[in-house]
Design a protein around this ligand. Sequence first.
Ligand code: HEM
Length: 394
Amino acid sequence: MHLPDFYIGDPAPAYRDLRRNSPVHWTSANGGFWGITRYEDIKFIGSRPHLFSSAKGVLMPDGKPRTADPRPMLITTDPPRHNALRKLISKGFTPRHVNAMEPDIRAIVRGVLDSAEAGVELEYAEGLVAKVPVRIIADLLGAPAEDWEQFRAWSDASVGSADPGITLTSQEAFGALTTYFRRLIELREQRRANDLISILMDAEVDGESLSHDELMSFLHLLLVAGNETTRNLIALGTIALVDHPEQLRMLVEDPSLIPSAVEEMLRYVSPVTHMTRWATEDVELRGRSIREGQAVVLLYGAANRDEDVFGDTAEQFDVTRRPNPHLAFGTGEHACLGLSLARLEARVFFEEFLARFDRVELTGEVLRMRSTMVPGVRTMHVRLGAASGKAPVR
Ligand code: HEM
């Protein structure tokens, strides 16, 4: 549970066993932590930030002592500060703002897909899918299109993604991005534009606005939170379609199923496998004693296969599943702030992709990222089959 191999392989059988036999499971690896696998328990913990704090970080424990981050990001802030920060930042993620991005997102997706040719082997994860979320974030921030490739290189290096063309260390890339963000902020200080940075600079709740440091730390979080996650959803979602050709056929024949297919990909793939909390006092859960200071790892991927919620088809991939109350975006106070944007990106991607290509064939091995939290696809080679005689979805 503490190693990438667990997530890169098929964790479903282990999850099933844990949900059934040890839903609040102590493991002594990495200094010790509790693994939580049942849907109901993750909802319980996620909605009690006073008992289960995010302040010492949400990454899996690594055995090193953790203290609260002196310059916390939104994701590592507890209430009441979290509520205030989240209210301010939410101003940039209203449904109106997100929906208004659809034409830009469609143009970005089309531009990326224009480079894909039917019948020719191509690398899909790094070469195609990864370009979409990072360009959308750059566009959201108002970064000019000529900067996008540079922005992507810094962004990938700063989150540790191994593009063969990247020679920067993550520290150097983080520094370069900080300088770049500072310049964007300075430009917006002189003149506001129609972009997220301008909205966040003007955001005010109860007479309070974001400090410069808070804005900077949020811009960095945006890259970490919105980049690999969306890429992982689309790449692993595509593999789920390859593995279930009858489901792919249903989508090609009826693209109105794409929104529910995206929900099912989120549930089935669970692009973010877990997040961690830290107990602020002793808590009893299912007869187990969680002690103050201990780490609790919320295994969202396990909750998303919970038979108590998803019935006896929990292990199946069904693009028509409804309702689908998955926890792929987390739950409670810290539930994903970018979920509408992520849903929109994935929907538009598959609408455009399936209008052009109605067959996907894997032509080699799928190479995964060695990560416990977002064990995405590093590379996957595919051959695409051209869809015949269908107009692109508008
Ligand atoms: C498929 C794509 C995505 C998945 C699966 C995902 C998943 C998650 C999860 C599980 C959390 C909960 C964190 C916790 O429990 O502590 C989260 C938080 C967050 N996500 Fe996403 N995310 C995705 C895309 C995005 C995008 C596109 C953005 C922004 C552009 C974004 C921004 C955030 C932010 C800012 C938070 C922190 C919210 C808070 O702490 O209040 N995410 N995400």
